[in-house]
Design a binder for this molecule. Structure first.
Ligand code: PEP
Length: 251
């Protein structure tokens, strides 16, 4: 019922030429794939070139962040409408690296999500606990406040433009993946919360991705869990063969 999404977050890697070469290779490796939404998120400067390269391929484009205003005196920012103009259909918001290094908060994620929705983008809203929070039994409290804060005030019908990514901070780029059971437990909790906030049909329709050291070897087990609807992939998305193997997890 929920179409899986496999999204590659290329972070601060790849020049324009490298990004277009990567997506060109990916395109040929996933040409026969169906039933999965494939998303790539290059740096801002490579968005337009990657958009040209993926035109007609079915691969979708995401940005890694956006601002909440559409235009104005906000030096250095990029608006959701501008991302749409560059060919994006998705934008990642609230990645833990942005929370950690750039003071992103649930409040700013909320403003960005609303602006992204208004511009017609789908927002991939990232949540996740740190190791210290997990070890002090605060995982569910943290996730609850992130979901409540990030999705506050959204009209229920806009939820179809929201994808949540559960990314335990301790699993990002560390090689430590959450176990299937650990991930499923939090995904089910997020879906229950969304049901309380927006009702069952919206909760059942919403895609919840897992992120944190997803690789070709562990994707199948994660995707077999009832509430895991895809993956947000960092390191393993930087090579076409490993990302394609993750995309083709059903093969
Ligand atoms: C990410 O950047 O969102 C991520 C999950 O990274 P990695 O797959 O490298 O852990």
């Amino acid at each position: 019922m929920r179409t899986p999404v496999i999204a590659g977050n290329w972070k601060l890697f790849k020049t324009i030429n490298e990004a277009t070469a990567l997506v060109k290779e990916l395109k040929s490796l996933v040409a026969g794939t169906s039933g999965v939404e494939i998303v790539v998120a290059p740096v801002f400067t490579a968005l337009s070139s990657v958009a040209d390269e993926i035109a007609g391929s079915g691969i979708l484009l995401a940005a890694q962040d956006c601002f909440w205003e559409e235009e104005g005196a906000f030096t250095g920012e990029v608006s959701p409408g501008m991302l749409k103009d560059a060919g994006c259909s998705y934008v990642i918001i609230g990645h833990s690296e942005r929370r950690q290094y750039f003071n992103e908060t649930n409040g700013t994620v909320n403003k960005k999500a609303k602006a992204a929705i208004a511009a017609g983008l789908t927002a991939i809203v990232c949540v996740g606990e740190t190791l210290a929070e997990r070890e002090s039994d605060k995982t569910f409290t943290v996730i609850e406040s992130q979901i409540m804060g990030c999705l506050a005030g959204l009209p229920a019908e806009s939820l179809k433009q929201i994808v949540v990514a559960y990314e335990p901070v301790w699993a990002i780029g560390t090689g430590k993946t959450a176990s299937e059971a650990q991930a499923q437990e939090v995904h089910a909790f997020i879906r229950e919360l969304v049901e309380k906030l927006f009702g069952k049909p919206h909760a059942e329709a919403m895609r919840i991705l897992y992120g944190g050291s997803v690789k070709p070897e562990n994707v199948k087990g994660l995707m077999s869990q009832a509430d895991i609807d895809g993956a947000l992939v960092g390191g393993a998305s930087l090579k076409a063969d490993s990302f394609a193997a993750i995309v083709n997890f059903m093969a």
